[in-house]
Write a protein that binds this ligand. Structure first.
Ligand code: ATP
Ligand code: MG
Length: 256
């Protein structure tokens, strides 16, 4: 579905993303992981058209979309969430999500249809669909869900989820992980998921790409990546053993 090749982004003399190549197959959940500042969000910005790449290609369903405007990328079927949610705070939840449905699809829906799609997207993430429900008062978990609903309302084929579940408690984090799995399993949406909490991410993803200083340093199944000495050195550190146990427990309970 997505083929990124030689993707590079320089900010002045600093290379934030350096010749990154990876592929994502339709229906996959790919984990994009790595230390702070390793280039994960920048990679999302390049794919989603928020920033033009310095070099490289981004093939999506057969088209090279590198440098394509963000609105066009959305219309082609790629939605992204932002690490720091910035909803329209004065609008209702429904209005926030309906705007995404209205402007984020190639074929502009009627107002009624946008409204229905907004309702669907909010229900999918377990947020209230009453027209009186406001952004104000949503906690960190609620804001993440709203961000996800806005992305889903555009009816994407590929979802780039930049999560950072840092502010959430454990049950909220597990809910967020289950939600992404459900979106893939029931909606058939392909997902690239950026998240630092490996105990949560590794339960769900099919494959990982690991970045460090803007470069891909490892790629493979969670069981391979969690034992990779380079990944342990630059990223997992003292958590490696716990992550390996999570992956092993998952393999033990996996259904074919
Ligand atoms: N618009 C920009 N201008 C200049 N430098 C930038 C810009 N955006 C990102 N960077 C730099 O590029 C590097 C990669 O940043 P990026 O946000 O992609 O990292 P990340 O992997 O998402 O990190 P985190 O896990 O903390 O979210 C960082 O050093 C960052 O400061
Ligand atoms: Mg980031």
């Amino acid at each position: 579905m997505l083929r990124v090749a030689g993707l590079t982004k320089q900010f002045g003399g600093f290379t934030a993303v350096n010749r990154v190549s990876f592929e994502v197959a339709e229906g996959e959940i790919l984990g994009l992981i790595g230390p702070n500042g390793s280039g994960k969000s920048t990679t999302f910005n390049l794919i989603a058209g928020a920033l033009p790449p310095t070099a490289g290609s981004i093939g999506f369903l057969g088209n090279d979309i590198a440098g394509t405007h963000a609105s066009k990328v959305a219309h082609l079927g790629i939605a992204r969430t932002y690490q720091i949610p910035r909803p329209f705070r004065k609008l209702s939840l429904m209005e926030n999500v309906a705007l995404a449905a209205y402007y984020g699809q190639a074929e502009r829906p009627s107002r009624d249809k946008a409204w229905t799609q907004a309702k669907e997207a909010l229900s999918l993430v377990n947020l209230p669909t009453e027209e009186s429900a406001r952004v104000e008062g949503l906690g960190a978990a609620g804001l993440k869900k709203l961000e996800l609903a806005r992305a889903l309302a555009t009816q994407p084929k590929l979802l780039l989820a930049d999560e950072s579940l840092g502010g959430l408690d454990e049950s909220e984090m597990n809910q967020a992980a289950d939600m992404l799995a459900m979106i893939r399993n029931e909606r058939g949406v392909t997902i690239i998921w950026v998240e630092h909490i490996m105990g949560v991410l590794m339960r769900v993803v099919d494959r990982c790409v690991v970045l460090d200083h803007g470069e891909v340093i490892a790629e493979g199944k969670p069981s391979t990546v969690a034992h990779d000495p380079k990944v342990i050195e630059v990223y997992l550190g003292t958590d490696a053993e716990e992550v390996q146990q999570t992956v092993a427990a998952r393999a033990g309970t996996a259904t074919p």
